[in-house]
Design a protein. Structure first.
Length: 583
């Protein structure tokens, strides 16, 4: 039986603190006085925080240059309004208070230090996770180490603490977690382990190490220190020897191979059981009739489609970009586009070579990729998480497990951090990026890759090595929720000025014929189109120009940070609004 992420009523924070406790303890309810007794009490409380781990969804990269959505992003077009309430802004502190509530009381429990600190480590992990999200979103935020009461006026109404101070506290929490969490493979199934904490901390160090470098920031912790810490942490995970890049089994989907197109990459994301999967550092587990999700039903549609710019980022099978490879066949139709390209492309972008459904053991391809306004939108449907099994398509009946942390990200962090430090040798590439390429049969990356003459414009130049590591990360981690963070930390929002980040499939004679009788392009009733560089493309936002000013970010753009809610600014006059958002 798989461990389920069920929130325990014991952990519903604050449930104890709001009540006055009399000398006579209730015998039929839980109170602050009778709860903190055993190590199991700590475990039960920590259970309630596991819902904060990454959960299945197909919209994690929707606000980025990788996807186009039915309704345009107000962030990317600079049309956001000031949020009124804390809930509107995401300026909420429930999880922090829950963690601090535990951390102020766990000392009441008597027991073996290692057994107690295991659950302290879990709670401090979740506090760090929440604070990391806050400093990414708001920059400076108030740091709290206790559960505040109504009479803690000084703390409740204090100003924000500097981001680097909070970042230091986040690092402390995660280092404690690494010290006291169990080794991977010895933890209770579904619970945190040392390598999950190492991966999360490495992710944070890469984020702020590169952010500081490309935004020319100094501060209490230097970019070099953070990047080196990311290298050290990921080396620790790599050196355990416990993990590998796995060719995913077909899980009963009849996909290996299909018409000579094996799905070694995409099959990894539709596995019924990740407990023995060597690429899995931490997973969420699901089981029919108990705990399920809906990713299998939503994948490939749900009002988002891949952008033309993302589709063009895949290399050809000779290891060269489409701008110079003689193997590139053009883009008259999607099957032509994927020919001779990185095999991850046909496993990510819907096409006739990937089974759409398996019914009665018969593999059924699609007739045409979805490009409806509320479905695949662009004609480049992302099917990374789609299983062909009909049972996975039922509403809320998807049962395959979900990677919370996977080894591929560890390898990408290690390669990028080494490259940013000028330490990326061929040995580094061979133990990181090239393992990802081996899975799909792509040529190995070298330390001197060919420069792409049609490289993405970041607003500055990088070495071909760093550029190719970024390309690898963009493809391997598609729809895993990293892309907008990556662009922010690289100071690379210039990419949104590229019109191809808003374009879908080209409206070629082949595509017109393919969709005939089902989808009409152009005209008053057809799907909207636009001309760009002598070609016509599917275009979701006819009310917007390709060079819309809202998509241009400046060095002092207000969108680097989110606004604080106006209600909180009124309640606490020590809080100041983030730059550019007014008061």
């Amino acid at each position: 039986m798989k461990l389920k992420y069920i929130l325990c009523s014991v952990a519903l924070l604050g449930a104890f603190s709001a009540c006055e406790v009399t000398d006579r303890l209730p015998i039929d309810s839980i109170t602050d006085e009778n709860y903190w007794s055993t190590v199991n009490d700590l475990k039960m409380y920590a259970n309630g925080l596991y819902g904060n781990l990454d959960a299945p969804a197909v919209n994690k990269d929707d606000v980025s240059d990788n996807f186009i959505t039915t309704n345009y992003s107000t962030l990317l077009f600079d049309e956001q309004t000031l949020p009124a309430t804390a809930d509107d802004a995401g300026w909420t502190w429930t999880n922090i208070r829950n963690c601090n509530y535990f951390l102020q009381r766990y000392q009441k429990v008597e027991g073996v230090e290692a057994e107690i600190n295991l659950y302290v480590a879990e709670v401090r992990f979740f506090r760090a996770l929440d604070y990391y999200g806050k400093i990414k979103k708001f920059g400076d935020v108030p740091w709290y180490e206790k559960d505040l009461q109504t009479n803690d006026t000084e703390e409740l109404y204090k100003a924000r603490d500097p981001r680097d101070f909070v970042l230091g506290k986040v690092i402390e929490d995660l280092e404690f977690a690494i010290q006291w969490l169990p080794e991977s493979g010895t933890e209770e199934k579904g619970r945190l382990n040392k390598d999950a904490a190492r991966t999360q901390l490495a992710r944070i160090c890469l984020y702020y190490g590169s952010f500081k470098k490309y935004h020319n920031e100094t501060g209490d912790i230097s970019a070099e220190e953070l990047l080196q810490k990311a290298v050290d942490l990921t080396n620790d995970v790599i050196n355990t020897g416990k993990y590998a890049i796995v060719k995913g089994s077909d899980s009963g989907c009849g996909q290996m191979p299909y018409e000579g197109y094996p799905c070694d990459y995409s099959n990894q994301f539709i596995q019924e059981d990740l407990s023995g999967n060597k690429e899995c550092i931490l997973a969420r587990y699901y089981e029919s009739g108990v705990v399920t999700h809906e990713t299998g039903r939503q994948a490939g549609g749900s009002g988002s489609g891949l952008s033309k710019d993302f589709v063009e980022s895949f290399l050809c099978i000779d290891g060269n970009p489409i701008s110079i490879s003689p193997l590139y066949k053009g883009d008259n139709i999607v099957e032509q586009e994927i020919e001779n390209r990185d095999p991850r492309m046909y496993q990510i972008v819907d096409n006739l070579h990937k089974p759409y459904r398996v019914i009665n053991n018969a593999q059924q391809p699609i007739t045409y990729p979805d490009c409806s306004a509320n479905g695949g939108v662009t004609g480049y449907s992302c099917v990374k998480y789609r299983s062909p099994l009909q049972s996975q398509w039922e509403a809320r009946q998807t049962t395959y497990d979900w990677f919370v942390y996977r080894y591929a990200e560890v390898l990408l962090i290690n390669a990028e951090a080494n490259a940013e430090l000028g330490k990326c040798t061929q040995e580094v590439l061979d133990k990181t990026i090239n393992l990802l390429r081996d899975r799909v049969g792509m040529p190995h990356m070298t330390t001197s890759p060919v420069a792409d003459p049609a490289a993405i414009n970041y607003g500055y130049s990088v070495t071909p090595l760093i550029y190719e590591i970024r390309r690898e990360r963009r493809i391997e981690l598609i729809q895993e929720g990293h892309r907008l963070d990556d662009l922010k930390r690289w100071n690379a929002m210039k990419v949104f000025e590229n019109p191809k980040t808003m374009l879908g499939i080209p409206i070629t004679p082949e595509n017109i014929e393919r969709y005939a009788g089902n989808i009409e392009f152009g005209g008053e009733s057809g799907r909207p189109t636009i001309e760009y560089n002598g070609k016509v493309y599917l275009y979701q936002y006819p009310s917007k120009k390709l060079d819309d000013a809202g998509r241009k970010w400046t060095a002092d753009d207000k969108r680097w940070l989110s606004p604080l809610p106006t209600d909180e600014l009124v309640l606490n006059t020590n809080l100041k609004q983030n730059p550019g958002w007014g008061e």
